[in-house]
Design a protein around this ligand. Structure first.
Ligand code: BGC
Ligand code: NOJ
Length: 811
């Protein structure tokens, strides 16, 4: 069952009912000012940091779900309703929500009045613009009252929902003409305020929540709206809100439009005040002046659209499969950009007050956005690397505002360092910018202690070699990619961190996953050594890679699949000898991606075992059989009920590793089959089961053993976005950036006859047409560039800003 449809022409998903199985959300903002918005106008806005600079309040875990947002109430001759359906939930004669790239448009109609709300954050603007259009579709004149509403957050979202003894006394506002200023704490250490304006006269306003709603009322029955007139309340403490009361007369067929702005302003300390007690509003006035007219709004929306166009046009596919095209061309890269902006901070599953940026997460996210924003990817790499320690280990997380490592979590996740090599290699392959390796980068954010980025990569590589266990396999530390495999923790107390309590850094527990990742990154490290003329360095690294490969085959293979780990007692994890958790997905994917056992058959056997033991109709579960009870020696993984999250959920992040692995064996049909199983656009028809947005990936789909098999959770902020993008664009469609050119090496279902890709790469546009006359999966028979056949399958670099025709024949 579907709740809408894709409008590919406009790059929108269109919901035709507000009763989606869950709030289906979108993101506003590109650089500094962001918002989350659901299809019923719920959500909130923040400047830079969802925890520390939150403009509007949002209650996670609230009843009903997703209450609180940017609301517009209508009182049409006594009939009160909200065009976004929520919060008043009055029946609408028409409803539509379009989530587009960086904007959302919600329309609702009732009683012959049609209302459209367009929400977006213009480029380079620290605020959110809402354009409201009304149309009287009846043949009678209407007198309507409109009431806007936002509820201000007192900036620090964590404090805002806990520290009531203080907070209920500090709220302050100012009202000037049609603009409401939220200036809580501006009197002391804050140099920022928010404003909420409208480009028309108002007949009244409210800034005190209780006055607006009534003490016992929710957002669904505000007293002011029901009574039809504002109270002109001026908040003093309690909960400040912003609400305008606008009155409008509409003749039959007449239209009206309004522009609201929710803005954020920072002032220099010595320019905070206009006069004692009155804030300096100059910058707010400037922002308001930018959007006085519909033409200004229209132009800014067009700019936003062309911004997105310029990001997306770097890779465009025409395959004849509309679901595939819309994922590759629109939604998957869009989600990758959102993970670039948000990391794991703010979604409807991440509260915006929790984690900072993950070391491993950010490096993997990079794989999905590096071609869209290479310059920003470069900065991101340098920021991440600066949180590394001298011994190559790394802070597991860092805070985006300070860019400093997070002490509360510290280091010791032994896969982390290697991801820096993955991210850096991807950046250089995309851009050819080897100079990044020479950048001086601090250790532990200490500018007086730096080394080249290349040296950081070397420390990453050798962190593994310097931290090996009894089988010659890498020590796992607190956890590896699987945050929940906590083999050194033994937590028995509720509320303890699974990762950081207990001894954590055991001398014995080893990870086959890290071994696989090590072998996977080694060729890039070796290549970077060679290109730096470090011949001996390269030789050493090669030797370590070969030794690790042998060690994995010797101690990390279990007969039919790769083992997962050895625990703190030296016992196998992910082995046929185990009662539960006999086979895990991660080492099968990564070890085969690394090429381990490809020549000798173990790789093929391992992938066949995945198909046999882990694959389901909704994707590949993380492990089988799931743990039925809590095992302190395994940690958080066994804390989840069977079938959820890391305990046998379909973890969409590592499904693409198996897809990529399948392409290494040349099995394109399998790879695509696996792609479709978890891909949201292909799951749109089962939206009632899947529950979450059909346009973006979720981190997890309930596994075979879950009560809710096939039901997704945790959409938007997940490494799933980047890895599925890599699996499709590089492994399956075969457009692979390499250090000195674009390599064409597809691995597709044999029945695919042809497809085309336009790829911008290093200053040239490659118009690539791939045909498959002999129905093969893999193998490039012929490449013709601008009419001339070339040797091999690496396209020459042109760097000339021109378009080049590439004809590829598979065979
Ligand atoms: C989740 C993991 C997540 C971790 C972050 C765990 O509870 O299961 O998926 O990475 O928390 O700390
Ligand atoms: C989510 C975390 O953000 C990521 O770093 C981790 O690899 C996965 N969970 C698996 O545990």
């Amino acid at each position: 069952m579907k709740f809408g449809y894709f409008d590919d022409q406009n790059r929108e998903y269109v919901m035709t009912t507000p009763r989606t199985p869950y709030p289906w959300i979108n993101y506003l903002g590109s650089e500094e000012f962001f918002g989350l918005i659901s299809n019923t106008a719920g959500g909130y806005s923040f400047y830079q940091d969802a925890r520390l600079r939150r403009l509007t309040r949002y209650r996670y875990n609230n009843v009903p779900l997703d209450d609180g947002g940017r609301y517009l109430y209508i009182n049409d001759g006594g009939d009160c309703w909200t065009p976004s359906y929520k919060p008043m939930k009055k029946e609408l004669s028409f409803y539509e929500c379009r989530h587009g790239l960086g904007y959302s448009k919600i329309q609702g109609a009732r009683g012959g009045l049609k209302v459209e709300q367009l929400f977006f954050t213009p480029l380079f603007f620290t605020g959110e613009v809402t354009q409201v259009r009304l149309k009287n579709e009846t043949d009678r004149a209407k007198t309507i009252s409109l009431f806007s509403l936002v509820e201000f957050c007192l900036w620090d979202a964590q404090d805002d929902m806990t520290n009531f003894q203080r907070n209920l006394s500090v709220g302050e506002v100012e009202v000037e003409d049609s603009t409401i200023y939220h200036k809580t704490e501006y009197r002391e250490r804050r140099d920022h305020y928010a404003f909420f304006s409208v480009n028309s006269d108002v007949v009244g306003f409210d800034t005190d929540r209780e006055s607006f709603l009534g003490l016992s009322n929710g957002f669904d029955s505000p007293e002011v709206v029901l009574e039809g007139s504002a109270k002109n309340s001026v908040a003093s403490g309690w909960s400040p809100v912003g609400s305008h009361h606008i009155q409008v007369q509409l003749a039959p067929g007449e239209e009206a439009s309004y522009i609201f702005i929710l803005g954020y302003v920072e002032n220099a300390r010595d320019q905070k005040w206009e006069r004692p007690g009155v804030i300096n509003k100059a910058r707010a006035h400037e922002m308001i002046a930018k959007f006085r007219t519909d033409d200004q709004v229209h132009a800014a929306l067009e700019d936003l659209k062309s911004h997105w166009n310029s990001l997306l046009c770097k890779f465009q596919l025409t395959s004849g499969d509309e679901k595939l095209d819309r994922m590759v061309n629109i939604w998957n890269p869009y989600q990758c950009m959102v993970t670039f902006n948000m990391s794991r901070s703010a979604s409807y599953f991440e509260s915006g007050i929790g984690r900072g940026m993950g070391f491993r997460d950010s490096n993997q996210d990079l794989l999905g956005f590096v071609h869209q924003v290479p310059a920003r990817a470069r900065q991101r790499i340098l920021d991440i690397a600066a949180t590394q320690f001298e011994d190559g280990s790394a802070y597991h997380q860092y805070q985006p505002l300070t860019k400093k490592g997070n002490d509360a979590i510290g280091s010791g996740f032994n896969d982390d360092p290697l991801w820096l090599i993955v991210g850096t290699a991807a950046y250089i392959k995309e851009t050819g910018d080897f100079s990044i390796l020479d950048e001086a980068v601090p250790f532990d954010s200490d500018p007086s202690n730096t080394a080249s980025l290349f040296e950081h990569l070397k420390r990453s590589f050798y962190h593994v070699i310097n931290n090996m266990g009894p089988h010659g396999l890498p020590l796992i530390g607190r956890a590896d990619w699987n945050d929940c495999l906590n083999l050194n923790c033994f937590s028995e107390e509720p509320g303890e961190s699974f990762q950081t309590s207990g001894p954590s850094e055991g001398p014995v527990a080893e990870s086959i996953f890290i071994a696989g990742l090590f072998v996977y990154v080694a060729p890039d490290f070796i290549e970077l050594c060679r290109r730096g003329n470090l011949v001996e360095e390269a030789r050493q690294a090669q030797m370590h890679m070969e030794t690790m490969t042998q060690t994995v085959l010797e101690h990390g293979y279990d007969g039919e699949w790769f083992l997962r780990a050895y625990d703190a007692a030296g016992e196998k994890v992910g082995s046929k000898e185990c009662g539960e958790g006999k086979i895990f997905i991660e080492p099968q994917g990564l070890c085969v991606m690394a090429g381990i056992g490809v020549e000798t058959g173990e790789a093929e056997q391992a992938l066949n075992s995945v198909a046999q033991h882990l694959e389901t109709e909704h994707g590949i579960v993380l492990l089988a059989p799931p743990y039925s009870t809590y095992y302190p020696e395994l940690g958080e993984i066994s804390s989840y009920p069977p079938g959820y999250k890391e305990n046998g959920g379909i973890f969409c992040h590592n499904n693409p590793w198996v897809m990529i692995a399948e392409t290494i064996l040349g099995r394109g049909e399998r790879a695509f089959e696996l792609y479709k199983k978890i891909c949201p656009a292909y799951r749109e028809d089962i939206s009632e089961l899947h529950r979450l947005e059909p346009y973006v990936y979720a981190q997890m789909i309930g596994g075979r053993d879950a009560v809710n098999f096939g039901q997704a959770k945790n959409s938007w902020l997940t490494g799933t976005a980047a890895w599925n993008y890599v699996a499709m664009s590089q492994a399956i469609l075969g457009i692979k950036p390499s250090y000195d050119g674009l390599v064409i090496d597809p691995c597709i279902p044999p029945r695919w006859e042809a497809y085309s890709i336009v790829r911008q790469f290093r200053g040239a546009t490659y118009q690539i047409h791939i045909t498959n006359p002999n129905g093969v999966s893999q193998g490039v028979a012929k490449v013709v560039v601008d009419g001339e056949e070339i040797a091999g399958n690496k396209l020459p670099l042109f760097l000339d800003g021109q378009a080049h025709q590439v004809e590829v024949v598979l065979g």
